[in-house]
Design a protein around this ligand. Structure first.
Ligand SMILES: Nc1ncnc2c1ncn2[C@@H]1O[C@H](COP(=O)(O)OP(=O)(O)OP(=O)(O)O)[C@@H](O)[C@H]1O
Ligand SMILES: [Mg+2]
Length: 475
């Protein structure tokens, strides 16, 4: 070796001075020696530049070798540049992951619309059947079908939350519910030998964030915990609030500002970690798992997501003593409008008075769904008129008197929100309920401005009745 910069020498565990005049082989780690040597030999033999990539630990090196020839054309020197591209590779992977999630989200959104319509028809018809006075086995079976449909609705909702593209604008969400949803998704992958125990408070814990990303955090932490318990054990997931004063911050959490936080803890009774692992686990590509099983990106993703949310992560562990990860997220103020799509589901309205008979305009392009809603309304003592087009709906509104209109969010021609806007522009003030098959793109501002009520599709007769009541109260 004729010269080497300090960084290069440092990576090889030595100094530029100490390297001078020695053989490169003396410094190359055994596992990389053959490959590097072969490439060097071929550059010397052929006098052509070469590039290749190899990796060691958390480092990934892009090597470029340039032959330098003397006047006879013989290679008498080689300039060797090695660049650590681990960070770029990590970013690339994260980008690919984000793109994949986005594609899954789009796909799930498309399917969910159809799926929710189908479920709506099943649910409303089962409700009608139950209403006909089924008894005995028939009644039990009808109940079972309804429960299964409700469960299917839950699954669609969770899938949607999971597949939504990252970098959605942050919303105020209830961390209790987000964690409960995420655990639903995690549960099937937990082996029977691991017992999951959860301690989630009943009161909402508002946090400003992205539900999908928080799902990813929990999924990663739980997966790691399960991996650390090959012979089974306990997995504890809990949520609690935490007040951090100026002193706590100075001593323990310099990266945070004082204030109220929610602490999400994921603890396992598994193998635990050594001090070395604890120190490096958040680094991208740090893994102790066999080649091909772990990429070492899980915790770095957790770390990135939580920092982006203004929080932090701490891990506590000792070999053989299990591990506990504490995720701290800033507690947000309670949202004043309960209008984010995630909040549509079972709204409880205390002391609901029986509503007087209403005339409801139902606008939905799905015939069976319209029919089912009409029957539901009928069972609730209301009257309905249905149509499958926005134009027709506007015509009907102009010609008759309706107490409330139920609009599907996604229709050919005008969408639900567009139709709502047109209805308002034409001066109709009646309460409007928009049925969202999946996360819809109405902003909370638009909802408030047009006085819309959202109802998640599919819904039960009970839920429909409650939402009609909410809409009437708003008007
Ligand atoms: N609960 C845990 N108990 C013991 N060790 C853990 C635990 N969580 C993480 N580790 C250690 O931290 C390392 C890094 O975790 P990380 O999630 O970043 O990557 P990974 O699980 O190895 O791979 P990936 O998550 O990308 O599939 C793990 O390989 C393991 O050594
Ligand atoms: Mg992992």
């Amino acid at each position: 070796m004729l010269a080497c910069n300090a960084t290069g020498a440092g990576r090889l565990g030595t100094t530029p001075d100490a390297m001078l005049g020695r053989m490169l082989e003396d410094y190359i780690p055994d596992d990389l020696r053959n490959r590097r040597h072969d490439v060097l030999a071929s550059v010397v033999a052929t006098a052509t530049p070469a590039t290749f990539r190899d990796a060691r630990g958390i480092h990934i090196f892009d090597h470029s070798l340039y032959p330098i020839t003397d006047e006879t054309g013989r290679v008498h020197r080689v300039a060797w540049l090695a660049e650590d591209v681990a960070h770029e590779v990590a970013l690339e992977r994260q980008l690919r992951q984000a793109q994949k999630m986005e594609a899954v989200g789009t796909l799930a959104g498309g399917i969910a619309h159809d799926f929710n319509n189908i479920l709506g028809v099943i649910m409303s018809n089962i409700e009608m059947l139950r209403g006909t006075g089924l008894t005995g086995r028939a009644a039990t079976r009808a109940d079972r079908i309804l429960r299964a449909a409700l469960r299917a609705r839950e699954v669609v909702r969770q899938l949607l939350a999971f597949g939504r593209p990252a970098d959605e604008p942050y919303v105020t969400l209830d961390l209790c519910r987000t964690v409960a949803d995420a655990l639903h998704l995690v549960k099937p992958s937990i082996p029977a030998s691991v017992t999951l125990r959860t301690l989630l408070p009943a009161t909402p814990l508002p946090v400003h964030g992205d539900a999908t990303q928080i799902h990813q955090v929990l999924l990663n932490l739980c997966t790691n915990a399960v991996h650390a318990m090959p012979d089974g054990g306990l997995l504890d997931v809990s949520l609690e609030t935490l007040d951090l004063g100026g002193d706590d911050v100075l001593r323990g959490y310099p990266e945070l500002s004082p204030g109220r936080y929610v602490c999400l803890s994921v603890a396992d009774s598994g193998l635990g970690m050594t001090a070395h692992q604890l120190e490096r686990m958040f680094e991208p590509f740090f893994t102790t798992k066999p080649q091909g099983t772990g990429s070492g990106l899980g915790l770095s993703m957790v770390h990135g997501i939580i920092r982006k949310h203004g929080g932090t992560v701490r891990a506590h562990s000792q070999p053989g003593q299990g591990a506990r990860f504490d995720v701290l997220l800033p507690l947000a103020d309670m949202p004043d409008t309960g209008t984010t799509p995630a909040d549509i589901a079972p709204a409880t309205v205390p002391d609901m008075p029986k509503s007087p008979p209403l005339h409801v305009l139902v606008v939905d392009d799905e015939h069976d769904f319209r029919q089912s809603v009409a029957e539901m309304l009928h069972a609730l003592g209301h009257r309905s008129t249905g149509t499958d087009s926005a134009d027709d709906a506007l015509r009907l509104l102009a010609a008759g008197r309706y107490d409330v209109a139920l609009l599907d969010v996604r229709m050919p021609g005008l969408s639900g929100p567009e139709l709502a806007r047109t209805i308002r522009e034409r001066g109709f003030a009646l309460p409007l309920v928009v049925c969202t098959g999946n996360e819809c793109d109405i902003t909370p501002e638009e909802l408030a401005e047009m006085g819309l009520t959202l109802i998640g599709k599919p819904f039960t007769g009970d839920e429909l009745s409650k939402h009609l009541h909410i809409a009437l109260k708003k008007a």
